[in-house]
Design a binder for this molecule. Structure first.
Ligand code: HEC
Length: 151
């Protein structure tokens, strides 16, 4: 019986792999069940601990995956919007381009955008970000700039 509940908890935690808190809650429930039934066979509690180990591994994996995926919109807001405008439409005083203009989008390749973010643009206020953002963050903010193209 506790085994069945434990594996139910595991299945639920698979479905909620991104929801760390709920997963931890299920892990705690499993532990309580185990303690509440002192006469259960050894094999069952070993199964529970395997389930707990797997759940813990999934928590770690979910955390690692979340950290791997930087949020381009957040980076833009924090590091770019003061010069490119909160909506990416540019600022005339700084002569920043309008990222929502399909003509501007068509004029740049992905590699050119990434190169500009990494190295900045010579003789303009556009600064280099190679030492401030990781390659993944630069890709994420490039994708965000692309997402501003009209649909
Ligand atoms: C200090 C102000 C400033 C900041 C901060 C800034 N930029 Fe710029 N950026 C500029 C200016 C000015 C230009 C226009 C350069 C020019 O005259 O061609 C520009 C141009 C660009 C271009 C077009 C490059 C080209 O070759 O036409 C891209 C793409 C770009 N910025 C992306 C970003 C991203 C992404 C960030 C944040 C990670 C960022 N910029 C942060 C000022 C800034």
């Amino acid at each position: 019986m506790p085994c069945r509940i434990a594996s139910g908890g595991l299945a639920l935690s698979v479905r909620n792999a991104h929801d760390r808190e709920r997963q931890l809650l299920f892990m705690l429930c499993d532990t309580d069940l185990q303690r509440g039934e002192p006469n259960q066979p050894m094999r069952c509690s070993r199964l529970v601990s395997v389930a707990l180990t797997m759940a813990a591994a999934m928590v770690l994996l979910a955390g690692a995956r979340a950290a791997d995926k930087p949020d381009g919109a957040d980076i833009f807001k924090e590091k770019c919007s003061m010069c490119h405008g909160p909506d990416g439409k540019g600022m005339s005083a700084l002569k920043t381009p309008d990222f929502t203009d399909p003509k501007w989008q068509a004029s740049m390749t992905d590699d050119q955008i990434i190169d500009t973010i990494k190295n900045g643009k010579k003789d303009t206020p556009m600064p280099p970000f190679a030492d401030k953002l990781s390659a993944d963050e630069i890709t994420a903010v490039k994708d965000y700039v692309r997402s501003l193209a009209p649909k």
